[in-house]
Write a new protein. Structure first.
Length: 378
């Protein structure tokens, strides 16, 4: 009788234990999974914060990558943690961080910042909006020592492309929906001269003269000349006008040459209307030393630093059917050198066991409004 009672109690106890385990085991496993995922998530999030902190002190052309898998000897020193970092320190676990901002073409392959509603045929193109100025620097931050990443003194090196090409065009998705998509070159909305100038461009930098460092800007040539009261096109016009964008739309093998080409000439504007120039329009204290240099000489001359190219809208594109294009498209390609991208591409990772969390963020290198820092020289 006693033996039977003991067996019954053992069976009841075993059944109770199994019941409790079956109820709580999934919860315990789920809590373990939540813990592993959260550690991986915040490992990736913390790496993103560190990358953003570094970019407060670096220039837009800085890039670097870092990994930490089962190791606490990380860079830079302010990221170092003595001892262990719990699950992130276990073999196979950890975090990674990557900052990329160099490219030979803008946008990068099969990338675009155009709204997807208008991007059906706009791979390899970015948009230039009405309130936007883009700046493409021709310098690279080559800071490589982790102990200098939080310093505000960059190690800069100028890049000298053999050719810098810029394509400009209207958005083909919108053009296909407009009754008369070509821009109206006969209107007089922006002055006394038809075929309005749409996009202003300039090249900015600093010139070193001994211990002096002076700012300079090279800008487009004024295209209007007057004979009595009637305006006409100056044969050396350098403006990006409506007719230039019309000539590039649609982009086909017969009209696919760039709108601007900076190389061993004085004339970057690629059009059969403009004549070859022999000097630049320059705003500088050292204008006489700059106006006679061709583009490849300017890029290669060690006296000139912090050179950048800027594009900005200065008029609204209006089609022949009075439809408005809210943006134009552009693409940039450098030959023989890298460029600074318009974005830092930051990729971070947190890994704990089977959980691998990846963050990717594109941080603008410049955030500039046209009204704030763009000047048009006439």
């Amino acid at each position: 009788m006693l033996i039977g009672f003991t067996i019954l109690m053992v069976l009841l106890g075993t059944s109770l234990v199994l019941t409790i385990y079956s109820l709580y085991a999934p919860f315990i496993i789920q809590m373990r999974d939540i813990k592993g995922y959260n550690i991986a998530y915040y490992g990736a999030y913390g790496s993103m914060e560190r990358a953003m902190l570094i970019l407060r002190h670096r220039d837009p052309w800085f890039e670097w990558s870092w990994w930490w898998l089962g190791d606490t000897n990380v860079w830079p020193r302010s990221d170092h943690q003595a001892g262990t970092m719990s699950f992130l320190s276990l073999p196979g676990n950890g975090t990674t961080r990557s900052i990329s901002s160099r490219t030979t073409q803008i946008p990068r392959s099969w990338d675009t910042d155009i709204n997807r509603l208008f991007a059906d045929q706009s791979k390899w193109w970015n948009w230039l909006r009405t309130n936007q100025r883009i700046r493409i620097p021709l310098m690279i931050d080559r800071t490589t020592s982790p102990n200098d990443f939080y310093s505000s003194a960059p190690s800069l090196q100028k890049v000298s492309p053999s050719t810098l090409d810029i394509w400009l065009r209207l958005n083909p998705t919108l053009a296909a929906r407009f009754a008369w998509p070509a821009l109206n070159t006969n209107d007089w909305l922006y002055g006394a001269f038809p075929d309005d100038e749409l996009i202003g461009w300039s090249v900015d930098g600093f010139m070193l003269d001994g211990s002096n460092r002076s700012y300079f800007r090279i800008f487009k040539y004024d295209g209007m000349t007057y004979f009595g009261s009637a305006p006409s096109m100056n044969p050396q016009d350098m403006a990006i006008r409506e007719s230039l964008l019309n000539a590039r739309n649609p982009i086909t093998p017969t009209n696919a040459w760039p709108s601007l080409r900076f190389r061993d000439t004085f004339q970057p504007l690629q059009t059969t209307i403009a004549s070859e120039r022999t000097w630049h329009n320059v705003a500088s204290q050292q204008a006489d030393s700059i106006r006679s240099l061709m583009w490849n000489q300017l890029f290669a001359d060690s006296r000139f630093t912090d050179i950048s190219l800027s594009l900005a809208w200065i008029a609204m594109p209006v089609s022949q059917s009075n439809d408005i294009y809210p943006f134009t498209e552009y693409r940039v390609e450098a030959w023989g050198a890298q460029l600074a991208d318009l974005y830092y591409t930051i990729t971070t990772q947190g890994k704990v066991g089977a959980y691998n969390v990846v963050f990717r963020y594109k941080k603008p290198a410049f955030d500039m409004a046209i009204a704030g820092d763009f000047t048009v020289f006439f």
